[in-house]
Design a protein around this ligand. Structure first.
Ligand SMILES: Cc1cc2nc3c(=O)[nH]c(=O)nc-3n(C[C@H](O)[C@H](O)[C@H](O)COP(=O)(O)OP(=O)(O)OC[C@H]3O[C@@H](n4cnc5c(N)ncnc54)[C@H](O)[C@@H]3O)c2cc1C
Length: 543
């Protein structure tokens, strides 16, 4: 791209936007969820000059509000979508290899109950078929358990009517962090990407889409960005942009809302993730994570505010009742719910189908003006979705300009933070860096969390800590009486990293999407919010 690569720092937001506006791009991606970030990475690796704009923070849409699983696609088997099972199974294996710090195998128990969705034979065969189609490693293939073995693995399950279970492996992720690792990888390769930058209008020349008017919501500045190709990867918002482009015809989005709730492990001491039947015929996950258990999801039609889908009391009641029915001794109540989130599935409408029946397949629409829209899909399939979109973009660019580009490179592209020696090297990597952090007075539990959160980018956190010359851990105190704040060095190192290498702008960016504290560590969230807000808004953090 000729110019020096810019760090993915909050301080470079204006420079990045100026560079996007300064010279036409090959590709402008609108939307910084997993779909848009995946497209930006793929296209950059093929040699395109790429820009991406996101009107909120990266992953602030659906991509931080999912069940956080990299699925092998078991539910698609039930819907007969064999090709999809194959594809997501392969994708899962690729992602595990390229980002083992953020994609973690999670054994999942599928209880078989009288009158439940699956019988023993059907489950056994279904999981067997799924293992083959999805190319599951031998060590992770399904095991059928009898009632006693099932209860030994998860004693909280309802004993009445339990016939046994199937045990298979899902992969757990942190959806927002995965999205960040993808966009960081794209920027490391030369892409320009800015959060809080909204596409407000399209610009045309003789009916052909040639650019976008953009508002920087932080600096309140306007830009015009021209690009040979423009991709609409705005998830739940794709129809809004299609409407602006006068191309909202034919297939449309069908939004469904999914809610999750989080309770403390002391109230729901689940040993093992479970995918279980709910009386209305749906299935729900309960998953242990970071000392909490999260339960979800609901699936209901939605038509309200896209940026802030509400969690309604009836959503919470539904999930509490589901958990209490399958785990009858826990007796969860509304007071046990520490946090929750709601996300919108940007699915493609099919007449007469209920929310749960709608396909999770993705589709690409190309309007007469040239706007390319990608709709539908899953977190798990983002790499393949990106490949399909960029194949189209490259085909058109090659025809129009005579230039040539590389084929898709992402199958072997290790993601930012993933330079840990592959899944085999990961445990040793964690151990080595926990020891290094111990020498800087970081306690084991916190050190493990940090290494898991940042993967190989932990070297930056260690670098900040060393530069601060940490001897004794300080306590976080917000002390308005004295007018000064003592900030925990680890918090400071993390904030510096997130601001200078992950473009965090506001306290929420750090506490919701970069650390997940808002959902999985509510006490820390409440305690830290004023401190972090003070440091970031307006920026006073010195790194
Ligand atoms: C409850 C729930 C559970 C799920 N669980 C799983 C799961 O376990 N595994 C899985 O694989 N998938 C799961 N999914 C699906 C998955 O989360 C989504 O398919 C995926 O996150 C969609 O990503 P996206 O990038 O297309 O959309 P989004 O993440 O919503 O990104 C679109 C972005 O576009 C931005 N935008 C909109 N308009 C503009 C504009 N004018 N200018 C600039 N930016 C704009 C938005 O701010 C938003 O950030 C789940 C979904 C839900 C709702």
């Amino acid at each position: 791209m000729g110019k020096e690569k810019l760090a993915f720092s909050r301080d470079n937001r204006s420079t990045m936007l100026e560079r996007m506006a300064g010279e036409p791009l090959d590709l402008l991606v609108i939307g910084g969820g997993i779909t848009g970030c995946g497209i930006a990475l793929d296209a950059t690796l093929r040699g395109l000059r790429v820009g991406l704009i996101e009107m909120q923070d990266f992953a602030a849409g659906t991509s931080s509000r999912s069940t956080k699983l990299i699925h092998g696609g078991l539910r698609y088997l039930k819907q007969g979508e064999i090709g999809l099972v194959r594809e997501v199974g392969r994708e899962r294996a690729i992602l595990y290899r390229n980002a083992p710090h953020v994609v973690i195998p999670e054994p999942m128990l599928l209880p078989l109950v009288e009158g439940g969705t699956y019988g023993r034979l059907a489950t056994s065969f279904g999981l067997w078929l799924y293992d083959r189609l999805a190319g599951v490693e031998k060590s992770e293939r399904r095991v059928m358990l009898n009632k006693e073995e099932t209860l030994a693995r998860e004693p909280l399950l309802k004993k009445d009517g339990l016939k046994g279970s199937g045990l298979y492996v899902e992969y757990r992720t942190d959806d927002a962090r995965l999205t960040l690792e993808v966009i960081k990888s794209a920027v490391e390769q030369g892409a320009l990407a800015v959060n809080y930058a909204e596409a407000t209008e399209f610009i045309y020349d003789q009916g052909k889409l040639i650019g976008v008017a953009v508002t920087d919501r932080v600096e309140q500045r306007e830009y015009t960005i021209y690009a040979a190709k423009i991709v609409n990867a705005t998830g739940p918002w794709v129809d809004q942009l299609r409407r602006k482009d006068n191309s909202l015809k034919g297939k449309r989005l069908h939004l469904t809302k999914g809610v999750h709730i989080v309770v403390d492990q002391s109230r729901f001491p689940l040993r093992q993730a479970v995918y279980f039947d709910v009386p209305d015929g749906r299935m729900v996950f309960a998953i242990p994570r970071d000392g909490k258990t999260y339960i979800g999801t609901t699936d209901t039609d939605y038509q309200g505010d896209l940026a802030h889908p509400p969690v309604d009391e009836e959503d919470i009641t539904y999930l509490l009742e589901a958990a209490n029915a399958m785990f009858p001794t826990i007796g969860l109540t509304r007071d046990d719910v520490e946090s929750h989130w709601a996300g919108l599935r940007p699915l493609i409408h099919e007449d007469g189908k209920s929310p749960s029946e709608l396909s999770r397949k993705d589709e690409i629409f190309r309007s007469e003006s040239g706007l390319i829209t990608i709709a539908g899909g899953k977190l798990t399939g983002f790499r393949k979705m990106a490949e399909r979109v960029v194949d189209l973009v490259v085909r058109e660019l090659e025809q129009e300009t005579g230039r040539t580009f590389l084929p898709c490179q992402t199958a072997t592209q290790v993601l930012s933070g993933g330079q840990v020696g592959g899944p085999e090297g990961w445990p040793g990597f964690v151990q080595k860096h926990v020891q290094e952090l111990a020498a800087l007075n970081v306690e084991k539990e916190q050190a493990e969390k940090l290494v898991h959160r940042y993967g190989s980018n932990i070297r930056h956190i260690i670098g900040y800590l060393k530069r601060m010359g940490v001897q004794e851990p300080e306590v976080v105190v917000l002390d308005p009486a004295e007018g000064k704040q003592h900030i925990d060095p680890v918090l400071k190192a993390e904030l510096c990293y997130c601001v200078q290498h992950e473009m965090a702008v506001y306290a929420e960016d750090y506490l919701i999407r970069r650390t997940g504290a808002a959902y999985f560590d509510k006490d820390t969230y409440v305690a830290l919010y004023p401190v972090v807000n003070e440091l970031l808004n307006p920026p006073s953090l010195s790194c």
